[in-house]
Design a protein around this ligand. Structure first.
Ligand code: 4AD
Length: 482
């Protein structure tokens, strides 16, 4: 039980300059909420905390606030005399609190800040503010406020996890000897050949003007993949990776597609085997996930608890088991043998649909499964020809994961000059990809690589249904807010 005397004992004499504790020797030391929560020993005077009010509880003799600044899931409890109460201190307002950090006598928190001064930095109109005190808002509702949703506990957790996952991915590649390459965002090629391109042109260009008036003189697009540029660099540096924004103008309104998403891509020289590529994919997934579970335990547990109960066990299962491998032909056999009715009938030669991918993972006991050796006709020009038949395949691989389907796509690349040249010729792409062909003339090596959708990775780890809830500013057909 707090009493005013307990609360303000030792705080009565204030320095004349800052109206703070008498031991004040100058400006208060600013701590983040996370740093304050970590200070469990003794008491520290003249501390300043800045953040947003997550809860306000005024009792007759004491005022309790919870302040969060996005540095941790847990908020810091502020205990203050009722005289410091001010009608502007409301849920959502921003405040600066100065006082003494002490060990808390309550079991629910280790420390608390005994406030000497509370300054409201920015008021918050609680009627207009879309989020309400103590309410748990559905994801679809929160999504409507991309400019404010970082204030919710769930999205704040997501942002910290996303940031740690980015760092863990960079660490994985660094510790395995990969060089990070900044591949371009504006490009003149369509790597995947699917035509899902956003064209880039100067906004003030006269649409009637001829080709010479183009900013780059040639049609330019936002990249759909950094792969071809990574392949260039892998021609001199054997292990390279890139991790950046990727753009696809596909009209897919699904819970796993975005028009702008982040892709992690790696390219490995001197490899002839798809197994080598799959090993890096599996290791990237498992190492990053293990690191994240250790570094963001609280945030991940919080999301699992409220968004996807059971996901933690699923993750442990994925980490501890060896991923399975199945050929595309076997996959089609499995799908055709099942009595389950699919919306799209599986036929050899067709691309696997999400419903097929999900079924295959379930069939494999909810363990991620690599599907390898896809039909020649459905994969891009760069994939290495297996030269088999009559069912003609290429050395391509997709990794399918529980609840989601495809998470990674990769392949061995066609490194043989003649084979690549005749393929480009048949596709009418020989001129456009002359530079790519040249890579096969000057010290060509067998190589391969993969790409992992970063938002799909976060969905897989966190069990988040909709991809729009794991990216700060989702872009998708008919929506480009902010
Ligand atoms: O399978 P994709 O198309 O592979 C490539 O782009 C290769 N060039 C990568 C490489 O080998 N370097 O895309 C790779 C991954 C997919 O498995 C998926 O996780 C993700 O990128 N992805 C998307 N994520 C969100 N929204 C979309 N529209 C996506 N399209 C692909």
């Amino acid at each position: 039980m707090y009493t005013p005397s307990k609360l303000i004992s030792g705080l009565l004499s204030r320095c004349p300059w800052h109206h703070c504790h008498r031991t004040c020797a100058g400006a208060a030391a600013r701590l983040s909420v996370q740093e304050a929560l970590a200070k469990v020993e003794g008491s520290t005077t003249n501390i300043k905390i800045q953040g947003w009010v997550r809860s306000v509880r005024a009792q007759k003799e004491v005022l309790f606030l919870h302040i969060n600044d996005g540095s941790s899931l847990e908020s810091l409890q502020i205990v203050a005399e009722p005289s410091l109460k001010n009608s502007d201190i409301t849920f959502g307002s921003s405040v600066e609190v100065r006082g003494v950090l002490v060990k808390s006598s309550h079991t629910r928190q280790k420390v608390e800040l005994q406030a000497e001064d509370i300054k409201v930095t920015g008021q918050c109109d609680s009627i207009g503010f879309p989020f309400k005190l103590k309410e748990r808002h559905p994801a679809a509702y929160v999504r409507q406020f991309p400019h404010l949703r970082c204030r919710t506990a769930t999205f704040s957790s997501l942002l910290r996890i996303r940031s740690e996952a980015t760092a863990a991915i960079h660490e994985f590649f660094k510790s395995n000897g990969y060089v990070h390459i900044h591949t371009p965002i504006i490009t003149s090629n369509d790597c995947e050949g699917a035509g899902e391109l956003f064209q880039v042109e100067a906004a003030n260009m006269d649409p009637e003007a001829g080709a010479d008036a183009r900013f780059f003189s040639v049609p330019a697009f936002l990249t759909v993949s950094g792969q071809l540029h990574l392949e260039v660099m892998s021609g001199g540096i054997t292990h390279v990776f890139t991790f950046g924004p990727t753009f696809r103008a596909e009209n897919s309104q699904t819970r796993r597609h975005l028009a702008e998403f982040y892709m992690v891509e790696a390219e490995i020289s001197f490899t002839k085997s798809l197994e080598d590529i799959m090993q890096v994919m599996e290791s990237l997934f498992k190492t990053t996930t293990t690191t994240l579970l250790a570094r963001c335990a609280e945030d991940i547990d919080f999301i699992h608890k409220y968004v996807s109960p059971g996901q933690k066990d699923m993750l442990q299962q994925m980490i501890k088991n060896k991923f399975l491998i199945m050929s595309y032909t076997e996959a089609i056999d499995v799908l055709q043998r099942t009595k389950d009715a699919f919306q799209f009938k599986p036929e050899w030669g067709c691309d696997l649909q999400t419903e097929h991918e999900k079924y295959l993972v379930k069939h494999c006991g909810d363990i991620p499964v690599f599907v390898i050796n896809y039909p020649f006709d459905i994969k891009p020009f760069y994939t290495r020809d297996n030269e088999d038949g009559p069912r003609h395949t290429v050395a391509a691989v997709d990794l399918l994961v529980p609840g989601l389907g495809e998470l990674f796509g990769g392949s061995l690349r066609e490194e043989r000059f003649q084979v690549l040249q005749s393929r480009l010729d048949r596709l009418g792409l020989k001129d456009a990809y002359q530079w790519y062909l040249e890579l096969r003339q000057f010290g060509s090596v067998p190589h391969g690589g993969f790409g992992m959708g970063f938002e799909r990775y976060l969905q897989c780890i966190l069990g988040v249904e909709n991809i729009k809830d794991v990216i700060p500013f989702p872009r998708y057909p008919h929506s480009c807010l902010l």
